[in-house]
Design a protein around this ligand. Structure first.
Ligand code: HEC
Length: 272
């Protein structure tokens, strides 16, 4: 697609990847034969980690005492080189701003040999991408942005904003009582469910095997518990925290949908 050859398009696309604005990842090759679970993982200390000099990634490398770091200039060509070098095992890993990692992986890693471990502490984007100019983006930029976001999701990168420690005050539903049944809200909840929950909890809220069958859970959990689990997640068990992505209204809608599935007031498939 040649985005790397066109500095303006490159900047525009990266600036548009707003979901991952404050996320950084450690990117490494599966050939390394290890799985890095967190930035505190001692294995990281022994790795040669490429970082773009003069960016927050370099500060993070310092903060986490990655002593064997290898500095690269932060020009598009050098950034591309970092990922090429990880794939060629010239270096073991790289610490990169997530939108950048997503774009580069999209271009350079078609056979998905790389893994990405997201850092949970939100960190500002590199200075050249800091301006939050969210003015209308062209169709090409929007398409490319969506591809970058899709790539990051495919690598299992959860935005740092979402991994950040929850603020309990925001977690409570407006009322601790479950909302009265409302089939229209349940239909709207299908959208939320299908977009965010289905890939793990299965189509039609019937467990796909990766995660529990939620129809039974809505009967057993209180409404406040449901709310809290959804917003706070159980990140260590593979249930993402949806805080920052879902608003309390969305959580209510998805609850309505799952409950309507559990009482069979809604059948399987897209509600008519
Ligand atoms: C990436 C996979 C994934 C996605 C996406 C996901 N979940 Fe989960 N969820 C899990 C896993 C795994 C568990 C079981 C966690 C555990 O063992 O405690 C879980 C547990 C839960 C529970 C608690 C069930 C219990 O046993 O108490 C609720 C409620 C829940 N998820 C709701 C949701 C909702 C609503 C969405 C969509 C907004 C969602 N999940 C999206 C993986 C996922």
């Amino acid at each position: 697609m040649g985005i790397l050859q066109d500095p303006e398009a490159f900047q525009a696309v990266l600036r548009a990847v707003s979901r991952y604005k404050t996320t950084y990842v450690v990117l490494y090759s599966d050939d390394l034969g290890v799985s890095i679970e967190s930035v505190e993982d001692p294995i990281l200390l022994s790795l040669r980690v490429g970082v773009p000099a003069g960016t927050p990634a370099a500060d993070l490398a310092q903060k986490y005492r990655l002593l064997r770091r290898v500095d690269f200039p932060s020009t598009p060509t050098a950034l591309r080189q970092i990922v090429t070098d990880v794939l060629a095992r010239k270096i073991d890993a790289a610490l990169l701003w997530a939108p950048l990692a997503g774009l580069l992986a999209m271009e350079l890693d078609p056979s998905h040999r790389l893994s990405m471990m997201p850092l949970a502490a939100p960190t500002p984007p590199p200075a050249s991408f800091a301006s939050s100019d969210s003015s209308a983006v062209s169709e090409t930029v929007a398409r490319c942005r969506d591809e970058v976001q899709g790539t990051l999701e495919a690598y299992g990168v959860v935005p740092a904003e979402v991994l950040a420690p929850p603020n309990p005050v925001e977690e409570l539903p407006a009322s601790p009582e479950p909302p009265p049944e409302n089939i229209e809200e349940a239909r709207q909840g299908w959208d939320v469910y299908q977009t965010h929950c289905e890939r793990c909890h299965g189509p039609d809220a019937i467990s796909g095997g990766l995660a529990p069958d939620l129809r039974d859970r809505v009967r057993r959990l209180t409404y406040a518990e449901f709310f809290q689990i959804v917003l706070q997640g159980r990140v260590e068990k593979g249930m993402p925290a949806w805080r920052g992505l879902l608003k309390p209204d969305d959580v209510r809608l998805v609850y309505q949908y799952i409950r309507a599935r559990s009482t069979e007031r809604l059948g399987p498939g897209r509600p008519s």
